[in-house]
Design a protein around this ligand. Structure first.
Ligand SMILES: [Zn+2]
Length: 172
């Protein structure tokens, strides 16, 4: 079966994320990947943004999913296109909704039209790599997810500009 992220995974019973469009086998791979990162002390803070933005299905049905896809995408774009340092991401990520929505006059996140295809990298594939390769693979994965999304016609770039401006005013 093909997961929303493009990974070909076995059909299996098991838990999946509450609203992300991940198949159980892909969600389990992601859990195992996070466990490996933590066991080997690998820092790759964009993994959650890459994973969430690469599983954008169900957005029309679930407002939490719309918010999640938008926020994680904004984080990827702020890092790759606007140079927001990795160390600033946790603070930036947690302030996106409360800063942006009132500023652009939205009550809720709109559903964004997702890309039809992704690049080569996804969580189940990265899980198979050697420890030494995980950090750079996750970095490439996150860049790939952002590149594919950046070609879509969405308001995300404009949102990031507004947020980066607010961030600069607040933190210099
Ligand atoms: Zn997947």
């Amino acid at each position: 079966m093909n997961c929303d992220c493009g990974a070909a995974v076995a059909s299996e019973d098991g838990p999946s994320h509450a609203y992300m469009s991940a198949l159980p086998a892909c969600w389990r791979s992601y859990g195992e990947l996070m466990a490996r990162l933590s066991a080997h002390g690998v820092s790759a803070p964009l993994h959650m943004d890459a994973y969430a933005a690469q599983h954008p299905g169900n957005a029309l049905q679930d407002r939490r999913q719309r918010g999640s896809v938008a926020v994680h995408l904004i984080v990827l774009g702020a890092h790759f296109d606007f140079g927001l340092p990795l160390s600033h991401l946790p603070r930036f990520r947690s302030s996106v909704s409360s800063t942006l929505l009132p500023r652009v006059g939205l009550q809720d996140w709109p559903a964004l039209e997702p890309p039809k295809t992704w690049g080569e990298l996804h969580a189940p594939g990265i899980l198979c790599l050697a420890e030494d390769d995980l950090q750079s693979a996750i970095s490439h994965w996150a860049a790939q997810v952002w590149e594919v999304w950046a070609r879509q016609d969405t308001p995300v770039l404009g949102w990031i500009q507004i947020l980066m401006e607010a961030d600069r005013k607040r933190y210099g």
